[in-house]
Design a protein around this ligand. Structure first.
Ligand SMILES: Nc1ncnc2c1ncn2[C@@H]1O[C@H](COP(=O)(O)OP(=O)(O)OP(=O)(O)O)[C@@H](O)[C@H]1O
Ligand SMILES: CC(C)(CO)[C@@H](O)C(=O)[O-]
Ligand code: BAL
Length: 282
């Protein structure tokens, strides 16, 4: 596996790989877990070569968020990726991505605004900006993102289509289902922040989401089921619930009762850690 940290060396390396087959990109912020490795495996199944980027993108963190605390473990991550048969690790520094004088922002209106966008103002501008740059830097044939960050996936798909990045740069953007711990908690680099007690309590998030979905399927109104879900999470040990909403998964519009694509989206905080999850309404 080649590890590349400078843009000047990236293009020749990706072009060389693309002479012998398709290249898939898996963008990450590192501190890799099995959720990330699932993305890498799906990418390996779909393409001859896989590139993974590890970049803790400062522009998607708010002023009071965990940019400094975010786990950074490049050596460990590189070993894991090498073992997965990854061809190229793109690990630029913040100065390489945003050199002095950098002034451009990519903003996707509408879908960036509710859910996580309300609690993390500017977050999706930072994500859209860096993913646009990553697509232009690596020029992959396809890219893989996790459904854990469902809103992010919808924003990226919109951005890639609007900015004509899907053809010819990225033929397809794949969403990969959420990988969960045995107790149902979605894997996340931020789970490492949880104390053992809070880690146990956090399993209530997927459990109570499934319960709310069951109640909706039995006829409880969505507004009442999500209100109950909020109080059940607080009773289970969560400090606060940023949102608990049922929306159309395709475009994040308010849920239409008849739509088969509705999903439940939740963000909740426990011991200072913000966890997100989403599930289909069945
Ligand atoms: N449990 C998971 N299942 C599937 N995909 C995941 C999972 N966790 C993360 N991903 C995906 O991996 C990619 C990189 O995510 P990132 O590096 O931010 O990790 P993370 O675990 O989501 O971290 P964070 O704690 O910041 O949410 C994203 O596309 C994300 O959706
Ligand atoms: C897509 C991404 C790598 C952009 O920084 C990040 O938001 C993430 O890891 O989900
Ligand atoms: N996985 C999404 C990246 C973030 O929370 O900043």
């Amino acid at each position: 596996m080649q590890t590349i940290t400078h843009l000047a060396e990236l293009r020749p390396a990706t072009r060389a790989l693309q002479t012998t087959g398709k290249l898939a990109l898996v963008p990450t912020m590192g501190a890799l877990h099995d959720g990330h490795l699932k993305l890498v495996r799906e990418a390996r199944n779909a393409a001859a070569h896989v590139a993974v980027s590890i970049f803790v993108n400062p522009r998607q963190f708010g002023a009071n968020e965990d940019l400094d605390a975010y786990p950074r473990q490049l050596q460990r991550d590189a070993t894991l990726l090498e073992d997965e048969g990854v061809a190229l690790l793109w690990a630029p520094s913040p100065d390489e991505v945003y050199p002095t004088g950098y002034a451009t922002n990519v903003s996707v209106a509408g879908i960036s605004e509710g859910l996580c966008g309300s609690d993390r103002p500017g977050h999706f501008d930072g994500v859209a900006t860096v993913v646009c740059k990553l697509f232009n830097q690596v020029r992959p044939d396809m890219a893989f993102f996790g459904e854990k960050d469902w809103q992010q996936l919808v924003v990226i798909r919109r951005m890639a289509e609007d900015l004509d990045l899907t053809e010819p740069h990225v033929d397809s953007i794949h969403g990969v289902p959420i990988v969960r711990e045995p107790d149902g908690l979605a894997m996340s680099s931020r789970n490492a922040y949880l104390s053992p007690e809070n880690r146990n309590a956090a399993a209530a998030l997927p459990r109570e989401m499934r319960e709310a979905i069951r109640r909706v399927a039995e006829g409880q109104a969505a507004s009442s089921a999500t209100r109950d879900l909020r109080s059940r999470l607080i009773n289970a040990g969560f400090d606060s619930v940023d949102y608990a909403e049922i929306r159309n998964g395709a475009d994040l519009a308010p849920a239409n009762n008849a739509a088969a694509v509705n999903r439940l989206f939740v963000a909740a905080r426990i011991g200072g850690t913000r966890l997100i999850d989403n599930m289909p309404i069945i």
